[in-house]
Design a protein around this ligand. Structure first.
Ligand SMILES: Cc1ncc(COP(=O)(O)O)c(C=O)c1O
Length: 394
């Protein structure tokens, strides 16, 4: 029999497939907006809020997050890469955007300039490149300087900065829009303690600002705090805070004195694609690491580690259906996982189960997942792959 040649030219994969057909992430723009508004209310009026939307808005969809953060009062955005910044510009977002990673190549700094993105600069060499780019365009190249005060990642050497800043001030074609540093230990349990690393880093940063006579310099935004730093208190706020995690609805540490009611902006859901019942003593999934200790009804869900569900969570998580919890059993596989639904008669093929989010009294947070697999909330959020459609719900 001849195999008729099919014409797939008119098939629009993205358009034809329902994003909620298999597994997906629901994102609430309203939650982002309200979290930003609430966090902003803790800052003095003159303090700006930079929404950190790198890594596709911590896995939530950078466009949705940026637009809603701006609605909530964010006046600047922080990204990690040139591409992330250019993408936001292509959506018509026009607030200042700072690239938080290091852009060192001349051609990349030029792309940065042309797309109205501000680089983070950590050396005199990069300042000179930016100055030349500004000069050839008869303009000033806007940028932020970063100083290392204890993270040992990017930033000018603390001891050399005062001297180097005098050179930078003499460069006519750069516009220093900000001077910043980054906290290494702001989410430590003892960070509120006056002798903690975070407090010492803040003091070191303040000393540097005194040494460069910052009071006599106008129009440079000083910033230090991430989410945890912001929650540590007003001493950490300066002219701007750079907030990621808290804006997405999660607390960077347990003990919080501030009254904050953050709403998680993300829910993770998957459809049941198959249901089977196995007898007592039957192994489930690769390695048969789970063996049924009674007759067991299993739901197979179409979501796995290729979607970003860390395999190390196998057998450690629950899923929610109609406000009841059901344990995931056996190894999580690349594209699927099994859930013990014994005792339920309303979970069927095409039912939706909730992996992260809340329903009634039940709440499962990425914070719980992070604890269970020795990770951090940030990593759980950034692990979700593009294969999971992001669906904005409001
Ligand atoms: C330089 C910088 N500032 C701010 C943030 C935001 O941190 P958080 O998500 O803890 O608020 C990050 C995130 O890693 C960062 O790298």
């Amino acid at each position: 029999m001849n195999n008729p040649k099919k014409n797939f030219d008119n098939l629009n994969l993205e358009g034809d497939i329902d994003p909620t057909q298999r597994a997906w992430i629901e994102v609430s723009g309203k939650a982002i907006e309200s979290n930003v508004r609430q966090l902003k209310s803790k800052l003095k009026n003159s303090c700006e809020f930079m929404a950190v939307v790198k890594a596709d808005g911590y896995g939530h969809d950078a466009k949705v997050v940026s637009e809603n953060a701006i609605k909530g009062g964010a006046s600047q955005l922080g990204v990690a890469t040139l591409k992330e910044g250019i993408k936001l510009r292509s959506f018509g977002i026009n607030v200042p955007i700072l690239i938080l990673s290091n852009i060192y190549a001349k051609k990349d700094l030029l792309t940065c300039f042309r797309n109205d993105l501000m680089p983070t600069v950590s050396t005199i060499r990069e300042c000179l490149i930016c100055n030349n780019i500004g000069k050839s365009n008869n303009l000033k190249f806007p940028l932020h300087l970063k100083v290392d005060t204890g993270m040992s990642r990017l930033g000018f050497e603390f001891k050399q900065f005062v001297q180097e800043f005098n050179i930078i001030k003499s460069l006519e074609n750069i516009d220093v829009k900000g001077i910043y540093s980054h906290l290494a230990c702001a989410d430590d349990e003892n960070a509120f303690n006056p002798k903690s690393n975070a407090q010492l880093q803040r003091e070191k940063f303040q000393e540097l600002l005194r040494l460069i006579n910052i009071d006599k310099i106008k129009n440079i935004k000083i910033h230090l705090a991430n989410s945890a730093g912001m929650i540590l208190g007003k001493d950490f706020h300066f002219d701007m805070v750079r907030v990621g995690l808290a804006m997405y609805g999660y607390y960077p540490f347990e003990k919080i004195n501030e009254k904050l009611f953050l709403k998680p902006a993300l829910c993770l859901k998957a459809k049941v694609t198959f249901v089977r019942t196995i007898e007592k003593g039957i192994g489930v999934s690769y390695g048969n690491k789970f063996v049924s200790h009674r007759k067991t009804k299993l739901a197979v869900l179409s979501i796995g580690y290729a979607d970003g569900i860390i395999r190390n969570l196998s057998g450690k998580i629950n899923l929610i259906h109609k406000e009841k919890l059901y344990p995931q059993v056996g190894s999580i596989t690349m594209d699927q996982m099994m859930v013990d639904i014994t005792g339920s008669d309303d979970i069927k093929v095409d039912s939706t189960m909730l992996l992260l989010g809340s329903e009634g009294q039940q709440l499962i947070s990425p914070i719980d997942w992070a604890d269970k697999c020795n990770s951090i909330t940030w990593e759980i959020l950034c692990s979700f792959k593009n294969r999971l459609p992001r669906v904005q719900v409001d």
